[in-house]
Structures are given as structure tokens and as C-alpha cells.
Design a protein around this ligand. Structure first.
Ligand SMILES: Cc1cc2nc3c(=O)[nH]c(=O)nc-3n(C[C@H](O)[C@H](O)[C@H](O)COP(=O)(O)OP(=O)(O)OC[C@H]3O[C@@H](n4cnc5c(N)ncnc54)[C@H](O)[C@@H]3O)c2cc1C
Length: 382
């Protein structure tokens, strides 16, 4: 297992559940045992959830695994499936699960400037939480889900918050323009400034950031900056290994890669969706937890397993006290209608359709109807 987080742990659990009783080695470059990332931009950042509560393993769980933590994989040898580590060690395996996830993209030129943060790891979240506790003016670059959650948490902590988004509307990609506009109106509801349709030219400050410079010439003063401009798959270590890379690890619906005995799962996997006839790399918690079971079954059976039909991708986000849930693919829709609630009360249940058939569903504070639609969607598309 390379990658000791949600997808790697889920794969390790599935291996044991499916009867594998051989040697299991989990390699992770972070020093921490697997922890949950979603709270890092929510309760953990707000200070209402402690580090112990982030643990993904239960106290009595024993996977009988060897944990090589603080160990970065730097290569994979295709002939004997040996994973090379940065410290020179090698781990040979009969099967390899690639679960190296994704890393936050940074803003070129911002390296080494104090007060500038990205948010992907526990260490990132600790550093940002400490800074937010001091208060001041926060500028979030990027109005996607992580940027929006950080803005929401910082607003609740009493900071003065501005979000800068290059697109005309945040979240238009995942939710479509109309629903993206409704969800991102939450910022304005709470007095958080949202500057859309303008790019960031750079940051100013000698040793510590003091402002964000916009491409239209405006300057936004800042004490703290969070760069939330997406993530890139961590797959550099596989270059030259024979594993085909294309926006992550290119793999089948069952995680099978171009190398026998090697599967990919979680945020780093660009898997084939047989329903849509294309590859997708989905950075959502539920897929990273659920999909490894099928990949591991494939590995144990030497490839002779029917790939499970993937459920429509699902994610949630918590912003300004509103639970946002989404399942399916907005891009596939030719219409979207509000079926319950109303945009101005921010309690929308919206259904996306293509030629009259549901392809996605969005809920804002509509957990029960959302779950019903999610089930219906899974049944309709299976
Ligand atoms: C702040 C935040 C909030 C989120 N909130 C939500 C949410 O509300 N809802 C939702 O659906 N999803 C959310 N997500 C996404 C969700 O957490 C991810 O989809 C999930 O963590 C993916 O798990 P993974 O194991 O594939 O990858 P990761 O969690 O990225 O883990 C990969 C691990 O592999 C390690 N690694 C990388 N390269 C190497 C290497 N060469 N050698 C060894 N180890 C390596 C990494 O350091 C990391 O520990 C959030 C993510 C973040 C960061």
C-alpha cells in the first residue's frame, strides 16, 4: 500500500476482510497514522474538534500491517514490483496498491512568504488554525469547496474575509452556473466579500504577506492568505515505472493499471467510468473509502473480477451552517430544476436531468429528500 490515508487504509481493511493473510506493508510519507481530512477545513480549523478525533482507525483495530510512516516512495520497479523509498530501502511486493492521493496546488512565487497557506494535511491545518486564532484580514484565493469552507470557518472565528475567484461564478464546474451562484451567495449572506471574474497577479510583502494583487490593478490588504486553487495527483514517483499516467494513474473501473498486480485507488486514480465511457479522477471522500474494495478483489483474483458498477460520485460540504450535498455529474445535465425549498432561503433540493432522466442532485439543508434522490439516481444509473 503506498499512501497511508483514507484510500490506503480502506484498501488494507478490504484486503484483510477478503481473506488476505500475507504480509501487508503500508508506506506513507506523512508521519501520522491515517486521519480524516474533511474536518481540517471545518471543525478542526474552528477548534471544536481535537486531533485524536481525526483518527480513521479505531482503538482496537489491528490490521497486522507494517507501517512505514515518514517514508516517501520515489520509484516503482516494474520487473519485481519493488517500491523504492527515499531513504534507499526497497519493499518488494506481489501486489501494489497506489493510494498517494493529491497535494494542494500552490501559487508560484508565494513559497517562503509568511502568512501564506495551503490546506491539505494535518500539519497545514495546525499552522493555519494557529494563524486564524490571531484574527485579522484573511484573503482566500479560490472559491471552490475548500476555499469556501475556510472562508466560512474564518468568518465564524471573527476574521474579516475576502474570497477571490477567477471564474465569473464559483462552483460553476461542479454544480453548474445557476446552482453554483446560489451556493456561493452564502458568502454575501454573511458579509464575506466575494470578488469574482478576476485573477491574482501576485502577492506583496517582504517576509510576510501584506496584500493580494489582482490582475485588474486592485490591491486587497491581507494578514493571512489561503491558496485554495485545487490539487494535483501525487504520481511523480511513478514516472518511468510503466504505470500509465494521465491526470493521475490511468486505470480501469476496478482500479487495474497498465502493470499487472498494481491497482490505483482514491484521489490519485483516474478510473474508467463505463457508463459515461470516459475516465474520471474524483477527489471525494466517499469514493476513496468505497472503491478500494473492488480494486483489492481484482488484485487478489489476479484480475479476474467483474468491476463493480461505480455509484455516482457523492460529496458534501459544510458552509455557514448549511449542509451542501451533491451526487452525480452536473456537466451531463441539460436542465436543472428546484424541486423543493427555495434559492433565497438556501434550502434547495435541485435535480439535474439529461433528456428528462436524472443525472445529478444537489441538496442544501435537505438531507432526507437528498438521500432519497441519491438512491434513486444510483438505481437509475446502475
Ligand atoms: C481540507 C479538506 C477538506 C475536505 N472536505 C471534504 C468534504 O467535505 N467532502 C468530501 O467528499 N471530500 C472532502 N475532502 C476530500 C477527501 O478528504 C479526499 O477525497 C480523501 O482524503 C482522499 O483520500 P486518499 O487516500 O485518496 O488521498 P489523500 O488523503 O490525499 O492521502 C494520500 C496519502 O499519500 C501520501 N503520499 C503522497 N505521495 C506519497 C509518496 N510518494 N510516498 C508515500 N506517501 C505518499 C500523502 O502524503 C497522503 O498521506 C477534503 C479534503 C481536504 C484536504
Amino acid at each position: 500500500m503506498v499512501g497511508a490515508s483514507l484510500a490506503g487504509l480502506s484498501a488494507a481493511r478490504s484486503l484483510r476482510q477478503q481473506g488476505f493473510d500475507g504480509r501487508l506493508v503500508v508506506i506513507g510519507d506523512e508521519v501520522h497514522r491515517p486521519y480524516d481530512r474533511p474536518p481540517l477545513s471545518k471543525e478542526f480549523l474552528a477548534g471544536t474538534l481535537g486531533e485524536a478525533e481525526l483518527a480513521l482507525e479505531s482503538d482496537d483495530e489491528d490490521l497486522r500491517a507494517e507501517w512505514l510512516l515518514g517514508s516517501r516512495a520515489v520509484g516503482l520497479d516494474r520487473t519485481d514490483r519493488a517500491v523504492r523509498l527515499a531513504d534507499g530501502r526497497e519493499v518488494r511486493a506481489d501486489g501494489v496498491v497506489i493510494a498517494t492521493g493529491a497535494a494542494a496546488r500552490s501559487l508560484p512565487g508565494s513559497e517562503g512568504l509568511a502568512g501564506v497557506h495551503t490546506l491539505r494535511t494535518l500539519d497545514d491545518a495546525r499552522a493555519l488554525r494557529d494563524e486564524l486564532a490571531r484574527g485579522g484580514r484573511l484573503v482566500v484565493i479560490g472559491g471552490g469547496f475548500i476555499g469556501a469552507e475556510v472562508a466560512s470557518t474564518a468568518y465564524a472565528l471573527g476574521l474579516d474575509v475576502t474570497v477571490v475567484e477567477v471564474a465569473p461564478t464559483p462552483l460553476a464546474g461542479p454544480l453548474g452556473a445557476a446552482m453554483g451562484a446560489i451556493v456561493s451567495a452564502l458568502h454575501a449572506d454573511h458579509g464575506v466579500r466575494l470578488l469574482c471574474g478576476v485573477g491574482v497577479k501576485g502577492l506583496s510583502g517582504e517576509t510576510r504577506v501584506d496584500a493580494v494583487l489582482l490582475e485588474d490593478g486592485r490591491t486587497v490588504p491581507a494578514d493571512i492568505v489561503v491558496v485554495g486553487v485545487g490539487a494535483r495527483p501525487c504520481v511523480e514517483w511513478l514516472e518511468g515505472s510503466g504505470v500509465v499516467l494521465d491526470n493521475g494513474v490511468k486505470c480501469g473501473a476496478d482500479g487495474r493499471t497498465s502493470l499487472a498486480g498494481v491497482v490505483a485507488v482514491g484521489d490519485c486514480a483516474n478510473w474508467y467510468d463505463p457508463r459515461a465511457g470516459l475516465h474520471r479522477r474524483v477527489e471525494h471522500w466517499t469514493g476513496a473509502r468505497e472503491r478500494p474494495a473492488n480494486a483489492v478483489a481484482t488484485l487478489l483474483a489476479g484480475g479476474a473480477v467483474e468491476p463493480a458498477v461505480p455509484r455516482p460520485p457523492y460529496f458534501w460540504s459544510d458552509q455557514y451552517g448549511v449542509k451542501i450535498q451533491f451526487a452525480g455529474h452536473a456537466a451531463a445535465a441539460d436542465s436543472v430544476t428546484i424541486e423543493a425549498g427555495a434559492a433565497d432561503t438556501r434550502d434547495v433540493l435541485a435535480v439535474y436531468r439529461r433528456a428528462g432522466d436524472p443525472v445529478a442532485v444537489l441538496g442544501m439543508n435537505q438531507p432526507r429528500p437528498f438521500m432519497r434522490w441519491r438512491k434513486q439516481l444510483a438505481a437509475a444509473t446502475s
